[in-house]
Design a protein. Structure first.
Length: 115
């Protein structure tokens, strides 16, 4: 009888575990893709942005920070439900803070947007 359980486990549960491992690998790849750390150029300065997912009240949100470490200590921040929206709002926050600090002018920003 015990041999029957072993054979059952090998032929039935074995392939299911292999499928489960493949599924877990795919899920892990998708989840790891939610984090981003990249560089962009803004008005001749190297700027970084980092995006990370998080849960708030059981809903997925994306927190994004935009900063230009070699130029200023200003950090643009945003938290939205969409990754592209979070990056857009964090960039707007950074630009508004840079405008208030006098680091950029409206003309420079308009020219950058047109380019």
């Amino acid at each position: 009888m015990k041999l029957g359980y072993f054979i059952f486990a090998v032929f039935v549960i074995g392939p299911a575990c292999a499928q489960w491992e493949e599924f877990i690998g795919q899920v892990a790849t998708k989840v790891m893709g939610l984090w981003k750390d990249e560089q962009v150029e803004f008005l001749g300065h190297r700027c970084d942005y980092s995006m990370s997912p998080g849960f708030y009240r059981w809903q997925l949100y994306y927190k994004t920070k935009v900063m230009c470490p070699g130029w200023t200590t200003i950090i643009g921040r945003a938290k939205t439900k969409s990754p592209s929206g979070s990056l857009e709002h964090a960039t707007k926050d950074f630009v508004n803070k840079a405008l208030k600090a006098g680091l950029v002018t409206e003309e420079q920003v308009k020219e950058f947007i047109r380019a």
